[in-house]
Design a protein around this ligand. Structure first.
Ligand code: UDX
Length: 437
């Protein structure tokens, strides 16, 4: 298949590289010339495990090319995927579809009859209909429009793409279904389930999946608060409920609240869709509120661990990216936490294995350390914000030695409270019993 992938962000670049790896001929298009020039020289615009090798290997075989010229890519394609950004519009949470519609208007000028246009970006219900309308207005008739949402996680994107739990295809006509089946054939051979639905259903499925996962996280975070009040351990509660197949063990990790480029944006967009449809979604609405409060209240935990006041204290922060294995800082819980610490007069020394460059654009009033130990030296408290693997096996005795304040605030429950205590640290996790005062 000849595929054009419009937009080379996370979704576009990973999907494009993986499709090329399946043997399809893929042209990735982006307006950002610097990004395309970089990709043509093998420089990745994002940090994602395995991506560079995959892109280079497929580019070398001539199956993956990069261009800023949309017409040339679309002209020869049998399927055109739209994977441009759909950010939340400032203020109201609506998904901003400007980039999607601009791309459609542009591709309408050159697209050949029989081509299938597929949205891969997360787009609100009804976007496929709007795309069809724009195409008609531009005089394009014999083109199918389908929805094929992506469920990949940053940091595990390539594995997620190649071993998906399911492939969702929303297509209202046979041609679109056939083309998408053919594109994903290598995955059916691996027995990945494919779900063919109506287009609107596929669009909604993506939002419902992310909203449900967000609900799970907010749920366990509230249970963690209850655990602290009644002296129970949320790690064991999560395991105890997660072993029930109907609940499942994943996304039951209590912490500082969800962040990233998807959950915050998609939950808000779902609420907007619901409001427009006149159907209240109380559970998702509450989930969003719980998560916002949570991220903003994390600084209180650090303050409590330090006797109520962080002013003049040196605080070491480990992990800034919204989760491990990415340099993505979008909606990272570290942002409200670090900003509030600085506002309250603390001196912050932070270390993140990969996100430093991105973080330097956001935090201008903190120090960046080159290792966990360097950040911890002489600090009054060590706060784990993102659970990078390299923070899972710190030498706690050494940390206790170099920390001035001997306080470990573990917002990801990486450590065993008893072990941390034995190492000489005062340990504050999330939902690990009644916190020491
Ligand atoms: C998510 C979805 O998983 C993916 O299917 C979708 O396509 C895009 O959004 P991603 O944003 O990359 O992927 O990250 P994910 O690993 O899902 O984590 C999202 C956030 O939830 C992170 O901030 C993470 O720390 C938090 N989280 C996750 C928890 O706080 N607890 C958990 O148990 C799981």
């Amino acid at each position: 298949m000849r595929i054009a992938m419009i937009g080379t962000g996370y979704v576009g670049l990973v999907s494009g590289a993986c499709f090329a790896d399946f043997g399809h001929r893929v042209t990735c298009v982006d307006k950002d010339k610097a990004k395309i020039d970089g990709l043509n020289e093998g420089v990745m615009p994002i940090w994602e495990p395995g991506l560079e090798a995959l892109v280079k290997a497929n580019a070398q075989r001539g199956r993956l090319t990069f261009t800023t010229d949309l017409p040339s890519a679309v002209e020869n394609a049998e399927a055109v995927f739209i994977a441009v950004g759909t950010p939340a519009r400032r203020g109201d949470g609506h998904a901003d579809l400007t980039f999607v519609f601009d791309a459609v208007r542009e591709l309408a000028k050159v697209i050949k009859p029989g081509t299938v246009v597929v949205t891969k970006s997360t787009v609100p219900v009804g976007t496929g209909d709007q795309i069809e309308k724009i195409l008609r207005e531009e005089g394009v008739t014999d083109v199918s429009v389908a929805s094929n949402p992506e469920f990949l996680r940053e940091g595990a994107a390539i594995a997620d793409f190649k071993h998906p739990d399911r492939i969702v295809v929303g297509a209202d006509d046979d041609r679109a279904q056939d083309v998408l089946r053919e594109i994903y054939r290598p995955l059916f051979l691996n027995r990945a389930p494919i779900l063919i639905t109506g287009r609107r259903t596929a669009e909604l499925t993506k939002y419902a999946a992310n909203a449900f996962l967000a609900v799970k996280i907010s749920f366990i975070n509230e249970i963690a608060d209850l655990c602290e009040a009644v002296d129970a351990d949320v790690q064991d509660v999560a395991r105890g409920i997660g072993l029930d197949n109907r609940i499942g063990p994943k996304f039951l990790h209590a912490g500082p609240g969800y962040g990233g480029s998807c959950f915050p944006k998609d939950t808000l967009a779902l609420l907007q869709t619901a409001e427009k449809a006149g159907v209240d979604q109380r559970i998702v609405r509450t989930t969003v509120a719980v998560n916002d409060d949570r991220k903003n209240s994390m600084v209180e935990r650090v303050a409590r661990a330090l006797g109520g006041d962080v002013s003049g204290k040196k605080i070491a922060v480990l992990g800034l990216a919204f989760k491990p294995n990415t340099d993505d800082m979008r909606d990272a819980p570290s942002i409200p936490i670090v900003n509030a610490l600085v506002e309250r007069g603390a001196k912050v020394s932070a270390f993140d294995p990969v996100a430093r460059e991105q973080a330097e654009k956001i935090f201008t009033r903190i120090e960046f350390a080159n290792s966990a130990e360097e950040a911890a030296a002489d600090a009054d408290a060590l706060v784990i914000v993102t659970e990078w693997d390299e923070f899972r096996a710190l030498d706690l005795e050494k940390i206790a030695e170099i920390l001035r304040g001997k306080v470990l605030v573990d917002l990801r429950n990486v450590y065993d409270p008893a072990e941390a205590g034995e190492a000489g640290l005062r340990y504050y996790g999330v939902g690990r019993g009644r916190p020491a005062s």
